[in-house]
Write a protein that binds this ligand. Structure first.
Ligand SMILES: [Zn+2]
Ligand SMILES: [Zn+2]
Length: 576
C-alpha cells in the first residue's frame, strides 16, 4: 500500500450507510483503491505527509453507474460522422429535424454520405419517409435515416444509386427483414428490420469505417461528462471484444465495462480472454429478450393501446399484445435457461409488458428452483419493465431478482403515454419506480444507450418529482426519495453489475471512482436539480480523467483492425 493522495471536498456523499458523509478520502493510486474516508483531520492523521488536493466547493459522490447501456452501437449511431436527431437532443419537432437536414446538406462536402439516427414517429410526429421525401433535402449524396425505434430505416435515391440496384429494385428480402417497394417493384426508400437495413445502409456505413473507435470514444466521453464511471454493454457479441479491449487500453479510459452476451450467439456461455483486469472489462451475464418495444406496439401486455391519431400515425399495433408478442414460448425459455444457467452467468431479460413479466418470472422461478439457486445471491435481473405492476415487483423481490428500470420511458414519452397512448390509469403509472422500491427489490436506473442520453441527474430529478421536461407530472404516487434515486445509480447499480464489492460507494478497500458535482443535490430544488447541480468531472481508480487526453489516445490508435465494427454492431439486435 502506498497512499499518495488525499482528496478534500466540501462534502463527500459516500452512499455507505455506516458513514454517510465525509470531507476527505485517501487514495492509493498504484492500487486505484480507497485507503481512508473521514474528516480531513482524521484522514491526514492516518496518512501523515501525504499531499492534499483541495476540490474547493465540489461535492464528491461515488462514480455514477449506468448498468444497462450499449456504448459501441450508441457511439456508432449517434456520434460523428453519424448525426443524432432525437427529439430530446435538441430537435423537438419534425421542423427542427428538416432544418438540420438542410443545414448539414449545405455544410457537408459534396458526395459525402450522411447517416441520421433518432427520427421519432411518436415524439416528432414525423411521417414515414420515402426516398422522394428525402430527395427534397438530399438530391445528390447518399443519405440514410434510422428511425428512433430501430425497426425502420429510410434512404434517398442517391443511396439507391450508390447501391447499384438494377432498375432501382431491391434484392430479395433477407430473413426476418424486408425492403419497402413501390407497385412497380422499385425501392420506396424504406427498409424494415436489421438484415434489410444493413444492406440498404452499406454506402453510409462505409463512412463510419474510417476510424470506428472515435465515435465510440465520443460516447464514452458523453457518459463520463455526465458523471458515469461504470456501465455495461448489453448487446455484446464476440466480434466487439477487440474494440472494448482497445478502449480499455487508453490511459484515460473513463469507463469500467461489464459485458452481457446476447443469448443467441453460439459462444454466449464461453468465458472471454483479455489482457485487461476484470475490474475494467468483465463478462458478467447473458442478455435475453422477452418482448419488444412500447413505441411500435410489440410489448407483451394485457391491455390494448388507445386507438387514435397518435397511435395510428406511428403504426402502433393496438393489441393487446399478450403472449403473442413474446419472442419465445415458455418452453423455449425453459430450454434456454436450462442450457445457460450451469455456466454461472447472471441472466438479464428485456421485458416491458405485464404479461411478459409473468412469463419471465415463471421461467426464472422454474430455473432457479431446478438449479438450486433460489435463495442464493444469483443476481438475475429484468430490464425496463415499463408496464409492470407492484405485485410483480414484490414477486421479483421474493425471488431475489433485481429490477433494472428505464425512467427515460416516462421522462421523454410520458406526455404521450399518459392519456394519448394509454388511459391515464395505465399511462401515468409507466415506470412505476415507487412501487419498485416499495417492493424491497434492488432497483437501478439506466438510459439504455442511444435510446436516450445518459443523464443520471435528470433521472434523479424526474423520479423524485415525476415531473417531465414539459413541466407535466405523471403518476405523483410513484415519486421516490432522493436517497433512493441516487442509490439507483450508485450502490444498487453496482449490485446489478455484480460489482458491489468494487464500486458504488466510497468505502475503504473499494476502487477510487468518484463523480465531482458543483453543489450538494440534497440542498437543491429537486424540480430544478439539473439546472442547480452540474457534473464537473470524474475519477477512475484514483486518477482524474482527462477526456481530451482520452480522445487523443483513441485517435492515435490504428483503426484498420476495427474496420468491420460498424457493420458488426449495426447488425446486432436492437434493445428497445
Ligand atoms: Zn438496451
Ligand atoms: Zn432492451
Amino acid at each position: 500500500m502506498a497512499v499518495d493522495l488525499i482528496i478534500h471536498a466540501s462534502s463527500i456523499i459516500t452512499m455507505d450507510p455506516n458513514n454517510p458523509r465525509a470531507q476527505a478520502v485517501a487514495v492509493d493510486s498504484s492500487e486505484g483503491t480507497i485507503a481512508a474516508v473521514g474528516t480531513l483531520a482524521d484522514v491526514q492523521a492516518a496518512h501523515p505527509g501525504v499531499s492534499v488536493t483541495d476540490l474547493g466547493d465540489t461535492v464528491l459522490l461515488p462514480g455514477l453507474i449506468d448498468p444497462h447501456n450499449h456504448p459501441a452501437l450508441s457511439g456508432l449511431s449517434t456520434q460523428l460522422p453519424a448525426h443524432w436527431i432525437a427529439p430530446y437532443v435538441g430537435f423537438p419537432t419534425y421542423a427542427d429535424v428538416t432544418a438540420q437536414f438542410q443545414k448539414l446538406n449545405e455544410e457537408t462536402p459534396a458526395g459525402v454520405p450522411l447517416l441520421f439516427n433518432g427520427l421519432d414517429r411518436i415524439l416528432h410526429g414525423a411521417p414515414e419517409l420515402t426516398n422522394a421525401d428525402l430527395d427534397v433535402f438530399f438530391p445528390d449524396r447518399p443519405v440514410v435515416v434510422l428511425d428512433n425505434s430501430g425497426h425502420e430505416a429510410y434512404f434517398n435515391t442517391a443511396n439507391i444509386k450508390a447501391l447499384g440496384w438494377v432498375d432501382n429494385k431491391p434484392p430479395a428480402d433477407p430473413v426476418g427483414s424486408s425492403f419497402g417497394r413501390n407497385e412497380d417493384g422499385t425501392s420506396n426508400g424504406r427498409a424494415y428490420e436489421i438484415g434489410a437495413q444493413l444492406i440498404a445502409g452499406a454506402p453510409v456505413l462505409s463512412a463510419l469505417a474510417q476510424h470506428p473507435l472515435k465515435p465510440v470514444a465520443e460516447w464514452y466521453k458523453l457518459m463520463a461528462s455526465n458523471g458515469i464511471t461504470a456501465t455495461s454493454e448489453h448487446t455484446y457479441q464476440s466480434n466487439q471484444l477487440k474494440a472494448y479491449i482497445a478502449m480499455a487500453m487508453a490511459a484515460d479510459n473513463p469507463l469500467r465495462i461489464s459485458l452481457y452476451h446476447m443469448s443467441f450467439e453460439a459462444d454466449c456461455d464461453q468465458p472471454i480472454h483479455t489482457p485487461i483486469p476484470e475490474n475494467k472489462l468483465k463478462k458478467q451475464g447473458i442478455k435475453l429478450w422477452a418482448d419488444g418495444s412500447p413505441w411500435v406496439g410489440t410489448i407483451a401486455a394485457s391491455f390494448p393501446y388507445l386507438d387514435n391519431e397518435t397511435t395510428r400515425a406511428a403504426n402502433i399495433k393496438i393489441g393487446p399484445g399478450g403472449e403473442g408478442e413474446m419472442n419465445y414460448t415458455r418452453a423455449q425459455l425453459d430450454q434456454i435457461l436450462d442450457k445457460l444457467t450451469p455456466g454461472g452467468y447472471q441472466m438479464a431479460f428485456h421485458c416491458n409488458g405485464d404479461v411478459g413479466m409473468d412469463v419471465v418470472l415463471d421461467a426464472y422461478e422454474h430455473a432457479l428452483s431446478k438449479h438450486n439457486l433460489m435463495g442464493t445471491d444469483h443476481r438475475w435481473r429484468i430490464e425496463h419493465m415499463g408496464a409492470c405492476r407492484a405485485d410483480q415487483f414484490e414477486r421479483a423481490a421474493r425471488m431475489g431478482v433485481g429490477l433494472s428500470m428505464s425512467p427515460f420511458q416516462f421522462i421523454y414519452w410520458g406526455d404521450k403515454l399518459d392519456g394519448e397512448m394509454f388511459p391515464s390509469e395505465i399511462g401515468s403509472q409507466w415506470q412505476a419506480v415507487g412501487d419498485a422500491f416499495r417492493s424491497g427489490a434492488v432497483v437501478s436506473f439506466h438510459n439504455d444507450g442511444a435510446v436516450s442520453p445518459p443523464i443520471p441527474l435528470l433521472n434523479w430529478q424526474a423520479t423524485t418529482t415525476r415531473q417531465v421536461p414539459s413541466g407535466n407530472v405523471h403518476g405523483a404516487n410513484q415519486a421516490i426519495s432522493l436517497d433512493d434515486a441516487i442509490k439507483a445509480h450508485t450502490v444498487n447499480a453496482a449490485h446489478m453489475l455484480g460489482r458491489d464489492n468494487e464500486i458504488g460507494s466510497i468505502e475503504v478497500g473499494k476502487l477510487a471512482d468518484f463523480a465531482e458535482l458543483s453543489s450538494d443535490p440534497y440542498k437543491a430544488d429537486l424540480h430544478k436539480l439539473t439546472e442547480q447541480v452540474k457534473v464537473l468531472g470524474t475519477w477512475v481508480g484514483g486518477k482524474k480523467i482527462d477526456l481530451d487526453a482520452f480522445m487523443a489516445q483513441v485517435e492515435a490508435m490504428d483503426p484498420t483492425e476495427h474496420k468491420d465494427l460498424p457493420q458488426q454492431v449495426h447488425s446486432s439486435k436492437k434493445c428497445c
